[in-house]
Design a protein around this ligand. Structure first.
Ligand SMILES: [Zn+2]
Ligand SMILES: [Zn+2]
Length: 144
């Protein structure tokens, strides 16, 4: 767990959505926020394995936090839900960044934000509304 101040901030963020700020929800949110790449339920459960919560509780916490939009759920194409923290200002200023997926080892990394140009091409409404996900596939540094 982080400093007192961090925990207070996490608790306030969770309560602000109307959810109860249980110790496991605070720990799950802290872990996902501290991660610089999207994490799966398995990753989170492994990292919290020393705690008393079972995997089903951690899974429910992840889906609850995603439902209230503190977390964002991403499927990079391998049918595994991964979770990452959303920015505090919510959907309106949501950053849209693509994810890099290694085709060899499956590692997932966040890439810098990109702008999809829709000025000339006919494009589905979802692109204009920024409701799409971009996945870039290739070999990671360790596999190349
Ligand atoms: Zn790799
Ligand atoms: Zn990301």
């Amino acid at each position: 767990m982080g400093t007192r101040h961090d925990v207070d901030e996490l608790r306030a963020a969770i309560r602000g959505t109307g959810l109860r700020a249980t110790p496991s929800r605070i720990a799950v949110l802290e872990l996902v926020r501290a991660s610089d790449a999207p994490v799966s339920h398995g990753d989170v459960a492994d990292q919290l394995a020393s705690q008393a919560w079972d995997r089903a509780t951690i899974y429910r916490n992840l889906t609850d936090l995603a439902e209230v939009k503190l977390l964002k759920r991403t499927d990079v194409g391998d049918h595994v839900w991964r979770f990452e923290a959303r920015s505090a200002d919510g959907d309106h200023h949501e950053s849209q960044h693509p994810h890099f997926v290694c085709t060899e080892c499956g590692v997932v990394e966040c890439l810098p934000e990109i702008e999809l140009s829709t000025r000339r091409a006919r494009a589905p409404r979802a692109i204009k509304q920024r409701q799409v996900e971009v996945h870039v596939r290739g070999l990671c540094d360790a596999c190349i």
